[in-house]
Design a protein around this ligand. Structure first.
Ligand code: G3P
Length: 214
């Protein structure tokens, strides 16, 4: 399973990349806004750090507007994957972009039928938001199970990119279910490597080592 980092904060991206844990990056308008920086400046810097797919989102809501923004973004860098919202207008854009060889990531997916439509449109990635489903008491990871099964049934090439991850259990379950990608916020990447028994084990080894005659 590939690890993408779900952030537009270049400090976090650099740090996670030092650990070798970044296969790609996903951003969205809210994450860009959080940086307080200009959109183009941020995504260009991200592309200079990470050599992998970087999802950058369109903000137009009509098909022509999405296509115009997508083509401009795709021209900026080969690694940019265009994030398109899950709407019928968006699916028309995804279909057209596929014929032009531009990669897409269909975002804000909350049902298996939406994921089916995205795959039929030819999306490169589909992004189901598991945390936001959990937030409204609908089990987010059940959606991943459904999408993985549907895509397997029909051999769709679209990759399942688990998004809106909030904790390490989401990551572990995504891996158990065979999702292609998990896009993970920095704080959760940090949690993945931690275990209290690892911490206490290191402490004990260090204490015991200090008593060994040198
Ligand atoms: O990048 C899309 C998604 O991962 C957003 O997550 O935490 O805002 O629901 P969140």
């Amino acid at each position: 399973m590939k690890f993408f980092i779900d952030t537009a904060d270049v400090k976090e991206i650099r740090k996670a990349n030092e650990y070798g844990l970044v296969d790609g990056v996903t951003t969205n308008p809210s994450l860009i806004a959080k940086t307080g920086r200009k959109f183009e400046e941020v995504i260009e810097e991200i592309a200079s750090i990470i050599d992998g797919p970087i999802s950058v989102e369109v903000t137009a809501l009509d098909t022509d507007g999405m296509l115009k923004q997508a083509r401009n973004l795709a021209k900026m860098h080969d690694n940019f994957v265009i994030k398109i919202p899950m709407t019928l207008e968006g699916m028309a854009a995804v279909r057209k972009l596929k014929t032009e060889g531009i990669k897409t990531n269909v975002t804000l997916v909350f049902s298996a039928n939406q994921a089916l439509i995205a795959a039929k449109a030819g999306a490169t990635y589909v992004s189901p938001f598991v945390g936001r489903l959990d937030d409204i008491s609908a089990p987010g990871m059940e959606l991943i199970e459904q999408i993985v099964q549907i895509y397997d049934n029909y051999d769709f090439d679209t990759e399942v990119l688990v998004a809106s991850i909030r904790n390490p259990i989401h990551v572990m379950e995504a891996a158990m279910m065979g999702a292609d990608v998990a896009t993970i916020p920095f704080n959760v990447i940090d949690m993945l490597a931690r275990h209290p028994l690892t911490t206490s084990g290191i402490d004990k080894f260090m204490k015991d080592w200090a008593s060994v005659p040198k």
